[in-house]
Design a protein. Structure first.
Length: 95
């Protein structure tokens, strides 16, 4: 298999923190709005990045994410989530 070189600019390399995501879709694409909210502004979510993917790329991304979560939990133990009602601002947001 050919090795692929990946280049990351200094700005992107720093990363962007997100503690909430809104996911929507059309028949042709999935839209993920990553945002940030703080305890002192709980009624405000600032979108910090929007990622748009085809349904096929979204499904492949989900499979890769699930595989990585399994590896993480095998190494560090299970990730526990609070009750669904405590997770977000509405059904479209996950915090």
């Amino acid at each position: 298999m050919k090795e692929i070189k990946v280049e990351v600019s200094p700005e992107v390399k720093m990363g962007t923190y997100s503690n909430t995501v809104r996911i929507s879709h059309t028949p042709f694409e999935f839209v993920m709005d990553f945002g940030r909210t703080t305890p002192d502004e709980q009624d405000l979510i600032r979108i910090v990045s929007r990622i748009v993917m085809s349904p096929q790329h979204t499904k492949a991304f989900l499979q890769a994410l699930e595989e990585n979560l399994h590896r993480y939990e095998a190494q560090f133990g299970p990730i526990n989530l609070p009750a669904r009602s405590a997770l977000g601002k509405g059904p479209e947001f996950i915090q």
